[in-house]
Design a protein around this ligand. Sequence first.
Ligand code: G4P
Length: 526
Amino acid sequence: MKNRKEEINSRRIFGIISHPDAGKTTLTEKLLLHGGAIREAGSVKARRNSKFATSDWMEIEKQRGISVTSSVMQFEYDNKRISIMDTPGHNDFGEDTYRILTSVDSAVMVIDGAKGIETQTKKLFKVCSMRGIPIFTFINKLDREAKDPFDLVQELEDVLGLPSTPVTWPIGSGLNFQGIYDLLKNEVHLYKAGQETETIKLDEDGVFSPILEEKLAGYNLQNLRDEVELLQGAGNEFDKALVDTGKLSPVFFGSALADFGVIPFLEHFLDMSPAPGKRKTTDGYVDPMDEEFSGFIFKIQANMNPAHRDRLAFFRICSGTFTRGMDVTLSRTGKTMRLSQATELMANDRENVETAIAGDIIGIYDTGNYQIGDTLHVSKEPLFFEPLPTFPPELFCLVTPKDTMKAKHFQKGVDQLAQEGAIQVYRNEYNEVVIGAVGQLQFEVFEYRLKNEYNAEVRMDHLDYSVARWVTNDLEDVKKVLDTRTMLVFDHFQRPIILFANDFTLTYFKEKHPEINLVEALDLTE
Ligand code: G4P
């Protein structure tokens, strides 16, 4: 039996970030497969498909063949309890993904070995690095022709500014792919398509051991020896403190599809990645070992089953123990809430959960009481976890109900979807609704859900703005400097925001009005 400290230390919460098609789903599946959480590869996709088929509002996902929602998958491996935050990976949907990354302790960045770092990876990386989240890199698809491994590692440094430390190193790629060398364990895993992996433990001569001569093609062995010498001479050494703060990324190579290099990655990752740590509150920290229960909601998913109108609040426990039926305080309102129904989020099914501790994610059934970012706790003193960041939207629409008789439905829908964090909602000076999103798809989902869940059809007029900046000056001063290329809107807290057409107009505005203090949403805490 583990004690509580050991239990907490055996928890891992991470998210996988990647550009679409780099292999995130395939890698997730292989990890779940090794954890025994699913039985066959293909189930993650299959599960998604079957869920979509029964869930109405996800029709849109089915039509476009993508995953809009994100969920959590849990599995066990080597006595560790691991939660993978699944994030939507496609190009045009960002905010939910960004937000989910605020609740993880580490991130795995999957890169297509042939393509290197792509746009979406860059954006997601930025969110992780701002928060100092440790990042582990898995360079995928080595069974296909890949870029030179040194070039890939250099790209991490040049494009992302992320120094790295290779833990495994590829031996060839594509048709010449013969495996990986584990620099820490000093062993070679041989790749043979469609066959079991053979592992060769090396002696103190490492890759210079003669035993490799009969296992690897001459050119591959020569390259490997040269490259490992170079890495050992000039590569970055593993430094836990740097990894823990996201300043150095351990790098792994493999093929998720062939399930090759996945186990070495998983085992090192579990060793190197941090267990749940302290969490910042508005006036201090909560330690996972603290007795008093606390945590926060980082995602709300509504109407997962349209027949029931249910909402599930995804809750990260930061301290203490959850027990079913317990009473907690909802910090925002000060009200007592009973947590009578909560669910575990195993990959294969939803199971009722009786107890859970720091480092666990549970789903709490919600009848409309919770908001994203809410803190729940049992301490006598007020407690608020740091607010989740708002991400600057890049697309804007003016929204009006088509049928003015349905204004109430419209308002209710807009409020709920804003609460859920599905969209950013603003008002212009005429009190009209302006919505902002990170990706176009958020608009489509918004329109679809308003119609299907709130019976409100809307007109959406695209606005030609792409940059939003909050303003801290006096409102009257702000109004004086606005021109036809800008638009003034107000957020949920009545804070003024100026919308600009593009970065160029923003720069021009700044030069012309240096006295106006503009703030990126990311810097805002309320
Ligand atoms: P994503 O979640 O990051 O969007 O990527 P996903 O895992 O869906 O993988 C995208 C495509 O890349 C899939 O092919 C998948 O089979 C393939 N893939 C993933 N990992 C590897 C790998 O290590 N090697 C190779 N050669 N291919 C890989 P698809 O044809 O788009 O889909 P499917 O028909 O195979 O499902």
